[in-house]
Each structure stands twice: as C-alpha cells, then as structure tokens.
Ligand binder design. Structure first.
Ligand SMILES: NC(=O)c1ccc[n+]([C@@H]2O[C@H](COP(=O)([O-])OP(=O)(O)OC[C@H]3O[C@@H](n4cnc5c(N)ncnc54)[C@H](O)[C@@H]3O)[C@@H](O)[C@H]2O)c1
Length: 437
C-alpha cells in the first residue's frame, strides 16, 4: 500500500482521501486553510453529508488519515493527488492558479511517480501546466470528478464512471494499479488523452445544463397550456437516458459547478457555433433565474418596507451545505433594503457570514413567527415538519405570503393567494409533497 498525499480537503479532496484510506493506504490530507485543517483534525468535515463525520473520525482514530498544513514535507515516495478549487475569474475563465501553486509547493519529482489532478480543468489547461513543469509529463494523470453533493462518499466508492486522461504509459500503469486498489472493476476506467478527459468533464456539465434548461422550459410551456408540468415531466424522465432530477422543479444551474464550468467552457471555446449553443443554455438559465427573482421582488415590494423576509435554505438541494451557486446570492442584492433573515442549519461554516445586512438565524420556528414573506428556496427535511396550517394562518393575519421555489405545496395551496409558486411551470402541478388543509 502506498502513501497518498491529497492537496485540498474540500468535497473532492476529502472524499478522495477517505476512499484511499478505506482501501488501506496511508493518507495525508494537506489543507492550506488553518481553520479548516483544525476542524478536520477534530473530526469535523467541511461539508455536510450523512455518515461522513463518523467515518472521518474513525479514519483519524485509526491513524489511516492525517491532516497536515501548508508546511507539510516528506521524503517518502508517494502518490500526489490535487483537488483544489478552480473558481471563475471575472472574464469567465476558470482560475487554476491553486493547481499551479499546489504543484509548485508539493510536487517533488524524485518521490512522486504518479501525480493525479482531480480539479476541473478547461480542455487544454493540463497541457499548459505540463509546459510549466515539463518533468511532470511522465507522471501526470487527470482524473476528473463527477460527484453529486449529498452523496459524495457513496458515489466515490461506486462511481458511475471513472474517466482518466494521460499521455504517459508509465503513469497509466501506476494509475491502473491505484484504481484497482480502490476496489474498482478494471473494466470501469475509461482511458483517454489528457485533453479528452478534461473535455468529458466539461461537456458532461454542458449536457446536464442544457437538459435542466430544457426541463424548465417544458414546465413553463405546460403551465401556459394549463397542463400539469410535474406529471408531464415525470413521464418524460422515465426515459432511461434522462433523469427526473435534471428536469426540475427548480431554476437551472443552481449547484456549485454547472454554472462555473459552463461559463469557463464558453470563455475558452474558440468556435462560434459551439459558443452559440453553450451560451444559449447559460443565457436561458440566467433568464429563468431572473424571472424567479422578479416574482419574489414583486411580492416583497408590495408589502410595507419594514415587512420581514425569511429565506429558507441557502444551499442548492436538501441537506447540502455548499452555497456557492445558491439562488440566495441572486436574491440578496435586490432585497438589500428589506429586513432579511436566512435559515439554513446545513450551510457550511462561514458561508453566511457575508450577507450584508441580512442575518443568519438558528431557529426556523421563531423566524417563521416574525416573517411576512417566506421564501422557500430549499426543502430541507425540517421544512416538512413545520406546522404549515398554523404558520399560514398567522401569515394571513400579517398580510404575508409564502413564495415556494421547490414546488412543495399542493396546487390547492398554490391557488391560495398566500402560497405562490416562484418557478414558472409548477403552479399547475400535482404530486405535491406538502398538503395544507
Ligand atoms: N464540489 C463538487 O461538487 C465538485 C464536483 C466535481 C468537481 N469539482 C471540482 O473539484 C475541485 C475542487 O472542488 P471542491 O468542491 O472540492 O472545492 P472546495 O472549495 O470544497 O475545497 C477545496 C479545498 O482546497 C483548499 N485549498 C485551496 N487552495 C489550496 C492550495 N493551494 N493548497 C492546498 N489546499 C488548498 C481549500 O482551502 C479547500 O479546503 C474544483 O476544481 C471543482 O470544480 C467539484
């Protein structure tokens, strides 16, 4: 079993580190953020997902995973895995400076026979990296990650696909051994050139984005024609090539990666026809999000200025802690003159610290008792436990309203002027998850 060093201990890095430790490797997780490193050492993962904290504590206790800071150095041969962020730069391209600095700091040609980059890279970026570090070519592999937040640990053990890009037979051999040690079927990895592997990741996200946007448009058309969008789309999604998750009900591209990766692809693609179709998806997604924000604002502005707004949920899916692509960030700037509270017990530490005048609150019940406008952004499990009949009755007394982004409420509820569907298309749908008597 090898020593494996994983740079970056976020969603992708920690999940990969845990996968390697489970397989019996000795793993060092390298994290530059001292607070995050300390939290991890104390067994607290930086994201929320059932079972991850217990599993992390077990691996730390068994000494199979240790967490180190930026000063970490070793002399032992090891596999180096890089899983640091590649955020969007102002002009849209992905910023891979953290990948470059991680390699400059932690890659040691003498002891790293295999270097695996898991960060998402725009097609062609690995080649540029390798031109900065020519000796890397022989040991370089790109292994893009396709994880779904909320089920990252499970999916890392049983991935639907393993896409590997390398131009080096030696690195390919070492990577095949590593993947086998993780318990993956030797038939599972799909071997590509490096740029092809980068492209598979980005084009997969482009395909997901286009489907989400189309799903939202179909829902809108159904609503306009008086059809039940949920019923139509759930039958459309029975096609095994599609999935109900892709098709709604929510505005598209609200997770942390789809918008970022699509934006990076558009900024880098030098082909007008391809740029046109990618930009159409992104542009329509922005229009759909904007329409939803507009609906919320119309209701807030109709109320007295001191009417409190409560935003329920700050992530992009129930139980998910990542707030990067959240609709919250669309809503806060135009709501800056209102009194806004935000409830989300799952949001990652510090994520809600920069909300301007908006305030994070701990008790959903207390916040519901104060609010005049309740914006349901995410249907976390706790939201189903709210005594909605009482809440709606109290809201009615205050002249308030519930704006439902998640299509949680029954159409009978949505016909109630107190509860309004925000996302176009879901106002006529049945198959509710929440009925208000
Ligand atoms: N989160 C996802 O769902 C997901 C899915 C697929 C791919 N990806 C891609 O994986 C990469 C990592 O994403 P993530 O979501 O894990 O990010 P993250 O923000 O959750 O974690 C990244 C970690 O790296 C640390 N870090 C930053 N610079 C560093 C450096 N120079 N050295 C050491 N640590 C450093 C950060 O402090 C943070 O802890 C990105 O390229 C992302 O696009 C993410």
């Amino acid at each position: 079993m090898a020593l494996i060093e994983v740079v970056g201990q976020g969603f992708v890095g920690l999940t990969t580190a845990m996968l390697a430790a489970d397989a019996g490797h000795e793993v060092v997780g390298i994290e530059v953020d001292p607070d995050r490193a300390e939290m991890l050492r104390n067994g607290k993962p930086p994201f929320c997902e059932p079972g991850v904290a217990d599993h992390l504590r077990r691996l730390l206790g068994q000494g199979r995973l240790t967490i180190e800071g930026p000063g970490y150095r070793s002399e032992e041969p090891a596999v180096l895995i890089v899983a640091v962020p590649t955020p969007t730069r102002p002009e849209g391209r992905a910023d891979d400076a953290a990948v470059v600095s991680s390699l400059a700091t932690f890659w040691d040609q003498r002891r790293h026979e295999l270097v695996v980059v898991r960060s998402t890279l725009t097609p062609g970026r690995s080649a540029i990296l390798m031109s900065s570090f020519p000796a890397l070519r022989e040991s370089y592999v790109h292994w893009p990650e396709f994880l779904n937040q909320g089920r990252a640990l499970r999916e890392s053990r049983r991935p639907d696909r393993v896409v590997v890009g390398t131009g080096s037979p030696r690195a390919a051999g070492a990577m095949a051994v590593l993947l086998k040690s993780f318990g993956f079927d030797p038939e599972l990895p799909r071997w590509h050139g490096v740029m092809e592997a980068e492209a598979v990741k980005q084009f997969s996200n482009a395909a997901l984005a286009a489907n989400q946007v189309l799903g939202a448009e179909i829902a809108r058309l159904c609503e306009r024609a008086g059809m039940d969008a949920r019923s139509v789309l759930s039958s459309v999604a029975l096609d095994s090539r599609l999935s109900p998750e892709l098709l709604g009900p929510k505005p598209p591209l609200v997770d942390s990666c789809l918008r970022k990766d699509l934006t990076a692809l558009i900024a880098s693609v030098q082909d007008e026809d391809a740029a046109r179709i990618l930009s159409a998806s992104l542009g329509q997604a922005e229009a759909q999000r904007l329409a939803a924000t507009g609906r919320v604002l119309r209701h807030v502005r109709a109320l007295p200025r001191d009417a409190g707004v409560l935003i329920v949920g700050a992530g992009f899916a129930p139980g998910v802690s990542d707030t990067k692509g959240s609709l919250l960030w669309d809503l806060l700037p135009p709501l800056c003159t209102s009194r806004v509270e935000v409830w989300d017990p799952y949001a990652e530490d510090g994520a809600l610290a920069w909300m301007g005048p908006a305030v994070a609150v701990a008790s959903l019940g207390d916040a519901l008792a104060r609010a005049s406008v309740v914006v349901l952004l995410v249907d976390h499990p706790e939201v189903y436990e709210v005594p909605w009949s009482q809440v709606l009755a109290a809201l009615a007394d205050r002249g308030g309203v519930v704006l439902d982004y998640c299509a949680m409420f029954h159409p009978a509820g949505t016909e109630d002027p107190l509860v309004l569907q925000v996302v176009h298309g879901w106002g006529t749908s049945s198959g509710c998850r929440l009925c208000v008597e």
